[in-house]
Design a protein around this ligand. Structure first.
Ligand SMILES: [Zn+2]
Length: 131
């Protein structure tokens, strides 16, 4: 049984894409929307300032195990997204999902099937603590 919300989203995207059905346009929109997600995250750091990027070279102990790596690696982020930045990033991620669904439609792929497939792969990796 397919996930209804995911299928409804993909169907709505299909209905909205009446005028823009070129694979070339969709591919460029996928790339552009991904860049806009990144830009909105950078904006939270460089324009708003609600987040900071604090990064330096990682030094790993030679005896570190795979389990240790999870605690040794961090996101390099500090701070908390303000409401404006959160809203902006959510909007850009939503737009990116829209074009991903549009790409799936053009290629006759089911977005929910892709979620399930990826989730299964992640579960396998998790068993080996590789995520
Ligand atoms: Zn902010």
């Amino acid at each position: 049984m397919k996930d209804l919300l995911c299928d409804q989203f993909q169907n709505t995207v299909s209905e909205m894409m009446l005028c823009h059905r070129s694979i070339l346009e969709i591919l460029s929109k996928v790339q552009e929307s991904g860049a806009r997600v990144q830009r909105s995250v950078v904006h939270s750091v460089t324009s708003c300032g609600c987040q900071k990027i604090v990064a330096n070279k990682r030094s790993l102990p030679k005896e570190a195990t795979l389990l240790d790596l999870k605690n040794l690696f961090d996101s390099h982020l500090s701070g908390t997204l303000c409401d404006n930045c959160r809203d902006s990033i959510e909007n850009e991620i939503g737009r990116s999902l829209f074009y991903m669904a549009a790409l799936c439609n053009l290629l006759d792929l089911n977005l929910y099937d892709i979620f399930i497939k990826e989730h299964k792969q992640l579960e396998i990796l998790r068993e080996y603590n590789l995520t």
